[in-house]
Design a protein. Sequence first.
Length: 230
Amino acid sequence: MTRRTEWPGTDAGAAPGPEYAAEPSGEFPEPGRGAGFGEGAGRRSRSRSRDSGSPSSSRAEKGEPRDPVEQARNICLRLLTGTPRTRKQLADALRKKEIPDEAAEEVLSRFEDVGLIDDGAFADAWVESRHHGRGLARRALVRELRTKGVDPTVIDEAVGQLDPEQEEETARELVARKLRSTRGLDRDKRLRRLAGMLARKGYGEGMALRVVRQAIEAEGEDTEGLDEPF
């Protein structure tokens, strides 16, 4: 006699628990009957050994659910642990795991409903973190969020919260940190190096030239001709 212990279905956002294998009831087989006794025990043992090598048996031993919806839910919860992700990132992960589209859509929609997936919040946090942490400007942030699969409208709203004055101030800070390492180079080379650094971080040509020119002027160097495109 065996009994199975399962975690009940989870509610919004709660991690589903593993399904446990059957536990012994506490009754012991009589001599000559049951596993390990009498004729046929060896045959049954060999049969179980052969069965244990099957993929379904292996999944059961690992506690993996066979229901694709449960599989999708578990995969998403693992990926979301400690790291926010966009809906597209999770959808791509489910596709790689060969989760049926219908099951993936059901789980992803449910996670959006309960707030476990929120591309708007993801984009806002990304802009805040990458601008202040890496000094990235709007254009670079837009490119990155596109690769994450964020909707263009959501991206526009997120980068629109970046204050243009703050963006230019960040550009000045980036140039100030790099300026010392360019001393000793000729003026045009300093321009290309500093402006190129800003361009790689997504700053526009006009802002980059203005910020670099002002930084070089502050050192007392002539900046005539530095308004030319780099």
